[in-house]
Design a protein around this ligand. Sequence first.
Ligand SMILES: [Zn+2]
Length: 82
Amino acid sequence: MFMKFLLTVAVVVLIWFGFRFAQRLAMQRQAPREPADQAAKPKPRFTPDADGESVRDLVKCPICNTWRAPNLGTCGRKECPH
Ligand SMILES: [Zn+2]
C-alpha cells in the first residue's frame, strides 16, 4: 500500500519536471526569435524636428472641450474663442 503511494508521488513528480523541461525548451525556442524580428523590422519612432514645427503646445477650448494647436484656428462653433 505504501509502495503504491510512493509510486504515485514519483509519477506526479516526473510529470511535473517533464512539464517544466518542456516549458523551458519552448521558451528557449521562442526567445532567440524575438530579437531577430525586432532587428529586421525596427519600430517606427517619433523624432521631433529641431525647428519645433512638429511639437506644439495644445490649447484647450472651453466651448468645445477639445485640445487644438492654436494656429489651427476655430473648431467650427461660433462661440469658439480660437
Ligand atoms: Zn472650439
